[in-house]
Design a protein around this ligand. Sequence first.
Ligand code: ADP
Length: 160
Amino acid sequence: MGEKCLAVYPGVFDPPTLGHLDIIRRALAVFDELIVAVAVNPGKAPLWTAAERQAMLREATADLDRVSVDTYEGLTVDHVRRRGARAILRGIRTMSDYDYESHLAGTNRAASGIETVFVIADGRYAYITSSLVKEVARLGGDVSAMVPPAVLEAIKKKLP
Ligand code: ADP
């Protein structure tokens, strides 16, 4: 029997959406275990703290026993190495995701040799972005089709 194949799914997750969760569930068909890694200092000012984003992801993945959620500061590849993972997992929605992600994957591979594995967004979720969710919620719109129930509650508290 070989070692378990572990991947890290890094991101800001401000907040986590049904698009993120679809990538997580589908990646479990490929990887034995997944660590969802919340970036603490993404260079954007997140609406939720890293601990809050971690808690939302934990609640939304509570039924998935091969998924854990942690937080990290600094370079993604350092975190991947620290956790002993084989690959980085990322999702692709659009051509502009593809452009950005291909630069990022190339940079990470040049720096560390670590490969990035992509899962293409499901058509039902490909339009969802965390910033769109925040924008609609701020304007009082209904985001229940875009986020899991745990996140909907957190949004109601943060943006009443
Ligand atoms: P980052 O700023 O690191 O891209 P995000 O939380 O916005 O953080 O996204 C994390 C990962 O999830 C990225 O690979 C992104 O392309 C992917 N992703 C975001 N939204 C969706 C979605 N609706 N469907 C599929 N993948 C998505």
